[in-house]
Design a protein around this ligand. Structure first.
Ligand code: DGY
Length: 323
């Protein structure tokens, strides 16, 4: 029997590509350039499964074709706001993602950003590299203490819970949670957290707020000028979720006018393009979407996508269907 044809849209860890090649007729993307909408649409007619990632814009236009061979879209990543799920389902395609395996590393990057912004580490590193450090002095690059702060978490899923653990047990922070549904009391109790009824309360209460909710239309610009106007003075905002969750124009404005005290961003609305007002905003630390970027996690993401693919290709229910 001939092997199923699959397309991996970006370069993956070599060990996972090799594993996939044992079982499938695999088309890799050695140039590692993101595919266009036209190329993705054509791929639906050519491959039994497509293994895309966040840089593949699989909106409704991709599914606007009568020739569909693809049965499975096994996304490499937990977030799937780049895929039009109803359009995929209408085309008879099962979509999966890779939850769990990247929760710890993404929470680590959120904590990295929280510490870097609070302690002005980005500014300090730039100063050293520029040869501009004139030596220790009592008033040099004074930041804010990270320990014992009130930390707010928007979205108390797996990554939000990992971040809460780090902030609570590592830095003795008091945890506040805003989540669209009621969080089970035992989950809150694990980090001694309090669930607040709305974002306004969270912004009024907390010194640091970290976003861990899904992206997509439902949460587009959830964090906007109106919400940020409720901020406690000096608030630090961390976004490792999706760029569209924050109104980037409003964020740059609030940083420039001092409504909030700082921001740490791993994701951006139009990434990899970043607005100049964001780039030159005061007290901002920016990373190039590194949340899951460790050897261990990137391999686990690939293996998890393969587990989902294997299930679908053998007519079984996948572990991580996206609905
Ligand atoms: C994820 O898994 O959603 C990461 O942001 C990479 O896409």
């Amino acid at each position: 029997m001939s092997k199923a044809k699959i397309l991996i849209t970006r370069k993956w860890p070599a060990s996972v590509e090799a594993e996939l090649m044992k079982h499938y007729d695999v088309q890799c993307n050695d140039s590692d350039v993101a595919m266009t909408v036209d190329e993705l649409r054509a791929a639906l007619g050519e491959y039994d499964a497509i293994l895309p990632t966040v840089t593949d814009n699989m909106g409704a236009a991709v599914f606007d074709t009568d020739t569909i061979r693809t049965k499975a879209i096994c996304n490499y990543g937990v977030g799937f706001s780049h895929i039009d799920i109803p359009a995929a389902q209408a085309a008879g395609i099962t979509v999966t993602n890779t939850p769990d395996v990247l929760s710890e590393c993404t929470a680590d990057i959120a904590m990295t950003l929280m510490l870097m912004v609070a302690r002005r580490a980005g500014e300090g590193e730039r100063e050293v590299r520029a040869g501009a450090w004139s030596g220790w002095r009592p008033t040099h690059l004074i930041g804010k203490k990270a320990s014992n702060k009130k930390v707010g978490i928007v979205g108390f899923g797996r990554i939000g819970q990992e971040f809460a653990r780090r902030a609570h047990f590592g830095f003795n922070c008091e945890i506040f949670v805003q989540n669209r549904s009621q969080v089970a009391q035992d989950k809150l109790d694990q980090v001694n957290a309090t669930q607040v009824p709305d974002l306004e309360t969270l912004f009024q209460t907390c010194d640091v707020i970290s976003l861990h909710c899904p992206g997509g239309d439902a949460n587009r610009h959830l964090i906007n000028a109106d919400i940020m106007a409720h901020s406690k003075p000096g608030l630090i905002l961390i976004n490792t979720a999706r760029g569209e969750v924050v109104d980037e124009v409003a964020l740059a404005q609030t940083l420039h006018d001092g409504t909030i005290g700082g921001a740490g961003l791993d994701v951006f609305e139009g990434e990899p393009n970043i607005m100049s007002d964001t780039l030159n905003a005061p007290n901002i630390v920016m990373l190039p979407h590194l949340g899951s970027a460790t050897d261990e996690t990137r391999v686990e993401m690939g293996m998890r996508a393969m587990e989902n693919l294997n299930a679908i290709m053998s007519g079984k229910a996948p572990r991580d269907p996206v609905t």
